[in-house]
Design a protein around this ligand. Structure first.
Ligand code: AR6
Length: 244
């Protein structure tokens, strides 16, 4: 067994990554940045959501009811860095060297080794995605994607770039055998993409992708941070993931 590595003081991200890979899920918990992490079991699926009663009885859905898909999607409001899922997605900038918003939170929580690994990835273009370890996060991986900067009405190419952020992240999910992944509301903070327009793109993209790949994942979590985003998703989800 590899010698124990202290993730707070280590300067070698490769060694730390190899060390974490050799640990069981239980053993990894000792290295998390927080104790109040939230396991996947504690995140209700859309099928089990307490909003079910109220959820869009009157909503005109564009899709058929599909219980299997409703069991694979969740809406969760809170800090994405606390989620014990296989991967969290980070709304990064093209330098991949950290910043504010969810990017700042992710780097603070994962610790300094995340930046060391990101440095080796060089840059990331808008709409593309790159993957690293999660280090001190409860998530094993971080998928870094760069959303479009859209102050005001997004152009057709910005819509496409936002869609690509989700699809390219999901491609990495498949490539790495990741079974659960949480997404923040990419581009809707500092990058200024209107929240409701973004949610439409996100839900259409996730519904389409899940329709094709549902057997390859256990859960896609939409992690909102702000109350206004929670309201938007509660309103729109029944249109894309109708409940019986
Ligand atoms: N957990 C979940 N969501 C969060 C968290 C958190 N801990 N913190 C913020 N959010 P933003 P962007 C939400 O600005 O618009 C950075 O400086 C937030 O409420 O983080 O893609 C990068 O380095 C919002 O809904 O990302 C880039 O330069 C969403 O995350 C730039 O910001 C996205 O807001 C990227 O801008």
């Amino acid at each position: 067994m590899a010698a124990k590595v202290d993730l707070k003081t280590s300067i070698d991200w490769k060694e730390a990554k190899a060390f974490l890979k050799g640990l069981s899920d239980k053993q990894r918990e000792e290295h998390y940045f927080c104790r109040d992490f939230i396991s996947l079991k504690k995140i209700p699926t859309w099928e089990d959501t307490e909003a079910k009663e109220a959820a869009g009885k009157e909503a005109q859905s564009r899709y058929e009811v599909d219980k299997a898909l409703n069991e694979k999607i969740s809406l969760f409001r809170g800090d994405i860095t606390k989620l014990q899922v296989d991967a969290i997605v980070n709304a990064a900038n093209s330098s991949l060297m950290g910043g504010g918003g969810v990017d700042g939170c992710t780097h603070r929580a994962a610790g300094h080794l995340l930046k060391e690994e990101c440095r080796t990835l060089r840059r990331c273009e808008t709409g593309k995605a790159k993957i690293t370890g999660g280090y001190r996060l409860p998530a094993k991986y971080v998928i870094h994607t760069v959303g479009p900067i859209a102050q005001g009405d997004p152009s057709p190419s910005q819509v496409q770039e936002l869609r690509s952020c989700y699809l390219n992240s999901l491609q990495l999910v498949l490539d790495h055998g990741i079974r659960s992944v949480a997404f923040p509301c990419i581009s809707t903070g500092v990058f200024g993409y209107p929240s409701e327009a973004a949610a439409e793109v996100v839900l259409e993209t996730l519904r389409g992708w899940l329709g094709e790949h549902k057997d390859k994942v256990d859960r896609l979590v939409i992690c909102v941070f702000l109350e206004k985003d929670e309201k938007i998703y509660r309103k729109l989800l029944p249109h894309f993931f109708p409940l019986a």
